[in-house]
Design a protein around this ligand. Structure first.
Ligand SMILES: Cc1ncc(COP(=O)(O)O)c(C=O)c1O
Length: 414
């Protein structure tokens, strides 16, 4: 363990600090070289990156807590919400921007909890999700103190409709499906799940944090996409992150509702404070304005044609990687992915040991319980052949697994 940091007695020189930061940053994951398959969505477009960086800088010090002091930020936020609503098929004012997928999910769970309590008279509502739903739902259940019921998925990795139906109780407040789920990249049977929810007046959330800003273009390219958005009867809320396949920097997500009535349940008003009436629409108080402006700029810069162009690259790259992996003797995709992220594993080889060789060669493949995970972004078009050659080598010559465990995320200091 290193010694705990201390506030320096004398401030350090800015140039020397920047050099220090550069050196530290160089130790971090090399996503710019296409060696990361999660965490960052590398758009492979220098002009786009530079634009959002410039926009981020302009708004770096600004606080979106009080939008009325920032008419420019307010308008950009309203525009982003309206554009997301257009994409997903709801009213232009029936949503919010949040700091990320986790916050959007928290908000949707909180709305469902309060809807169950106030509209349906359920004092202690339950949250029902497939086992592949993002851990943000478990976290929301913990923080919001509601019971979380997990339903195992079917062999194809998709939510099991019959098992979900069997798990519904008269306390179910929210049913969830993913479009797609992170571990396998498959879309849950949203039409069936949402219909079941609607019949019983239960709210239904599609978690499209990952797919929200790519599936619409995927469909426009002529791919078969199982229905998942507000066109599906019974879907009452959707989370969709712009900081993923919307290609802006971190801190930009949207949560949208079928109607503004549901959104109202999310709003917080407090007038017992000596400071005056306090109102806020999401979980945060002070909010950086930069991600709002960055998201607005990213969407406007790319436009429909830009998103279609990038989606075509992601689709082709995913297909090349999937075919290349399946062509290596002993490897297989564990599920048939609907999109640009997937898990591969093996029935005969030590997949952990293969992951170790790939680590040693500088690739960062996330380890899951059933194998190794890839999520494709446009830059990966450049590394397909090198990656597959290294993977074939790793399969041909790997030793014993070092026993690296499946994990995602982490706790500073733990
Ligand atoms: C399907 C899905 N939902 C939710 C999230 C959570 O998003 P965030 O990490 O922005 O909080 C993720 C993150 O990868 C995800 O893949």
């Amino acid at each position: 363990m290193t010694d705990a940091a201390r506030i320096p007695e004398h401030g350090r020189d800015a140039k020397e600090l920047l050099a220090d930061i550069e050196a530290r940053h160089a130790e971090d994951i090399d996503w710019r070289g296409g060696r990361a398959f999660s965490l960052v969505y590398n758009v492979d477009d220098h002009e786009h990156e530079e634009l959002i960086e410039q926009v981020g800088l302009r708004y770096l010090h600004d606080n979106a807590l009080n939008p009325f002091k920032y008419p420019s930020v307010l308008q950009m936020e309203l525009d982003v919400i309206a554009m997301a609503a257009q994409l997903l098929g709801t009213q232009p004012d029936a949503g919010s921007m949040s700091s990320g997928g986790t916050e959007s999910i928290f908000l949707a769970v909180q709305v469902a909890r309060d809807h169950a309590r106030t509209v349906r008279g359920i004092a202690e509502p339950q949250l029902l999700t497939p086992s592949t739903a993002h851990p943000a739902f478990a976290k929301a259940a913990k923080y919001l103190d509601i019971e979380h019921i997990l339903v195992p998925v079917g062999d194809d990795g998709r939510a099991d409709v019959a098992a979900t139906e069997a798990a519904i109780t008269d306390r179910t407040g929210l049913i969830v499906g993913s479009a797609p789920c992170y571990p396998y990249g498959v879309i849950d049977p949203i039409t069936d799940l949402a219909a079941m929810a609607m019949e019983r007046e239960i709210l239904f959330h599609t978690d499209a944090c990952l797919g929200g800003w790519i599936l619409p273009w995927w469909e426009r390219l002529g791919e078969d996409v199982a229905p998942w958005d507000f066109r599906v009867p019974g879907v009452t809320s959707i989370s969709a992150d712009i900081h993923k396949y919307g290609y802006t920097f971190k801190g930009a997500s949207t949560v949208l509702y079928k109607s503004r009535d549901l959104l109202q349940l999310q709003f917080f008003w407090y007038d017992e404070w000596p400071g005056g009436l306090y109102a806020s629409g999401t979980a945060a108080g002070t909010r950086s304005a930069a991600p709002i402006a960055g998201a607005w700029a990213a969407i406007n810069h790319l436009g429909e044609d830009g998103y279609l162009r990038l989606t075509e690259i992601v689709r082709e790259t995913s297909h090349r990687l999937q075919a290349g992996i399946e062509a290596i003797d002993g490897l297989r995709l564990t599920h048939q992915p609907d999109l640009s992220l997937f898990e591969f594993g093996s029935d005969t080889l030590d997949i952990g040991a293969i992951g170790d060789v790939m680590d040693d060669r500088g690739w960062n493949l996330d380890r899951q319980q059933g194998g190794l995970h890839l999520m494709i972004s446009p830059y990966h078009a450049r590394i397909v052949d090198r990656f597959l050659a290294d993977l074939a080598d790793a399969v041909a010559a790997h030793g014993e697994s070092r026993g690296v465990e499946a994990s995602y995320g982490g706790l500073p200091g733990a």
